[in-house]
Structures are given as C-alpha cells and as structure tokens.
Design a protein around this ligand. Structure first.
Ligand code: GLY
Length: 351
C-alpha cells in the first residue's frame, strides 16, 4: 500500500474535506456564533460597523432596508482612509481607481449593478439607479459612467495621495528590468504585501420588522488589477443574492474563487434547505475550498486554499451568521439591540 504523508494527503485534496470538517467541528465546539431570530437585523463585513449602525438607525425610523444598507456603505465608500472601497481605493495597475457594486431588493427580486466604474465615489447608489431606472441589471465601464452622468452624479478623481503613493511604490518595485526605479525594492514589496494580499470590500444585508430583505456589496476590487477586471461584488449570485422567501447573503474576499462557485446563491439555497445562516456560509465555503484544490496555484504548502474569503447571511427570521475560509476574522452586526463585532465561523484554523 502506498503511504500518503499528511502533507501529501492534504495536497492531493484527499484530506481536504476531512480537514475542513475537523476544524469546523472544533469551531462549533467553541460555540455556534450565529444567532436566534431578530425582528430587525443588519449584518456587514468587519469594516462595516459604521454601516450597520447607520442602517439600523434608518430602519428604526421606518426607512426602507435597501436605502438603509446603501446609506450605511456610503460612509465607507466616501471614506478616503478605507483603501478597499470607493474613494481612496487602491487603483488598478495603471493607477486608475475602478469600482464595482451591486444591490438586490427582496420584495421585487430586482437587482442592479455596475462594474469597472470610474470617477464616481458611490457606485452603490449608481447600482440602485440601474435597478430602478433601467431595464438592465449590470452596466460596465464607460456605459456605467455615462448612465451615472445622465443621472447627475458628480465626477471626481478617486485617487487619493495615499493610494497614489502606494501605487507608485508598487510600480517602481515591480521589476528591475524596466525604467521605473525603486529606492529599495525588497523593503517596499514587504511594505506593500498587506495591500497586495488584501481583498477589501464591504457587504451589508438587512431585514426589517415587515420581513423586507435587501443587500449591497461594493468594492474597489484588487489592488493593481488589470484594467477592466471585474470581481464577484457586482455579480448577482456571487457577491450578493437576496430571496425574500428565504434570506440574503453577501461576500468579501477572493472574487475569482467565488465567481466560479456562485457562492451567495449557494448560501441562500442552503438556507432554503433549512440550514442556519452560519451553517449555510460554511457549506458554501466548503464548495469554494473543494474547487480551489483543482488549481494548485490556489493552494498553500499544506494543500489548503491560499486565499481568504468570507460569506455573510441573514434569513427571513432574522437569524444571521458569517463564515470565513480562515479563522481570525470578524463581522459587524446590529441585532436591533446592540451594534457589535462578532467572530466569524471558519473552515480552517490559521496556524
Ligand atoms: N471580493 C472583491 C473582489 O474580488 O473584487
């Protein structure tokens, strides 16, 4: 019989599901981190604690959940210090900020989205207009910008000084075989690592007391991406999905992996089968992990996904949960009583 070492067992993928189940069990022994039902509930990625606060305030005043989550994420889109969303986002490889966003509204099952949108600080608002004032779901690039202009959006340069300096350092340190010179390539590449490996984005989902579900996802996508690259955020069923009869789900993280598995559609389908929001996020994450093992480029030395990803979900009862590929991540939630950060469930424990 051929002996399979632990490392090769994981590398071949044979052990992937087993390893995931073990770490999941460990995590669940630590306490299920989701919730019981809530009349009103807003959940967001960890960078959305101001968004959940704002959205709940609007919902409490009787505002519509879609307007509420958009107003919530606008705070982050307009914040120059958040380098992963909207104004201040890290640009593409040519130094231009390109934004993606989507919205979805449960009661009508309508959706709107924009991708590779330049010069507009709040792509989530444009996505809502695509939903309400066009017969389409997704507008991209120049067409999305013209649509925004037609609706009176102000064009602005989205590249902040901070983001330009980060981009320039990256450009200079990329190669010693071109004419862009870096003062200290190795040191600068180490400084840039958090940006290169950081897949920021904000997702925010809400349910009001009348059972209306809505969601939004918005991002500047990958730092230094190829111009025109579109991630999972504006793709309905990948970055966001809402079914008012079941629940809503959103995602942040490595878009390409999620695009190939339609993760948020899966999360909602799992909730429809009776799994809790947290279990549904874990099950969809398992699919992402299992498919990643078909591409060695996406695996670390232990044969596990070498990228991060998170799913967030709320069901029609107002139960919520979130799960990451790896441990150590938090999400934001306002359950109608308290606005707080909570630990995400996870598939794999970081060493
Ligand atoms: N999840 C964000 C992106 O991949 O662009």
């Amino acid at each position: 019989m051929t002996r399979v070492s632990r490392r090769n067992f994981l590398k071949t993928g044979m052990g992937l599901t087993a390893a995931s189940v073990l770490s999941k069990e460990k995590n669940l022994f630590g306490g299920v981190q989701g919730s019981t039902g809530n009349d009103m509930c807003v959940i967001a990625s960890g960078n959305g604690i101001r968004a959940t606060e704002k959205a709940m305030e609007i919902i409490r005043q009787g505002g519509d959940p879609l307007d509420a989550v958009i107003a919530g994420v606008n705070i982050v889109e307009e914040d120059p210090n958040d380098t992963s969303v909207g104004y201040g986002g890290i640009p593409n490889e040519e130094g231009v900020v390109e934004l993606d966003a989507s919205v979805m509204y449960g009661p009508t099952h309508q959706a709107g989205a924009v991708a590779s949108l330049r010069n507009i600080k709040t792509p989530s608002k444009v996505a809502k207009l695509v939903m309400e004032r066009s017969g389409h779901v997704l507008l991209v690039g120049e067409g999305a910008l013209k649509f925004a202009r037609a609706h009176g959006f102000k064009e602005e340069d989205l590249l902040t000084e901070k983001a330009r300096e980060i981009w320039l350092k990256w450009k200079e340190a990329m190669s010693d075989k071109d004419y862009w010179l870096s003062p200290d390539e190795k040191k600068i590449m180490a400084e840039l690592r958090p940006y290169i490996e950081h897949y920021g984005t904000i997702n925010c989902l809400a349910k009001n007391g009348a059972g209306v579900l809505a969601g939004v996802t918005t991002t500047s996508g990958y730092a230094f991406k190829i111009p025109g690259r579109v991630g999972d955020s504006p793709i309905i069923g990948a970055g966001l999905y809402v079914d008012n009869a079941i629940g809503a789900a959103g995602s942040t993280g490595f878009g390409e992996a999620n695009l190939r598995t339609c993760g948020t559609f899966q999360v909602v389908q799992f909730m429809g089968q009776g799994f809790s929001p947290e279990e549904s996020c874990l099950k969809a994450m398992q699919v992402v992990a299992d498919k990643a093992r078909l591409q060695p480029r996406l695996l670390n030395e232990d044969g596990l996904p070498n990228f991060g990803h998170s799913f967030y979900a709320v069901n029609k009862k107002g139960e919520y949960g979130a799960a990451g590929m790896w441990s150590g991540h938090r999400y934001a939630v306002h359950d109608g009583k308290e606005n707080k950060h909570k630990e995400e469930a996870y598939l794999y424990k970081r060493k």
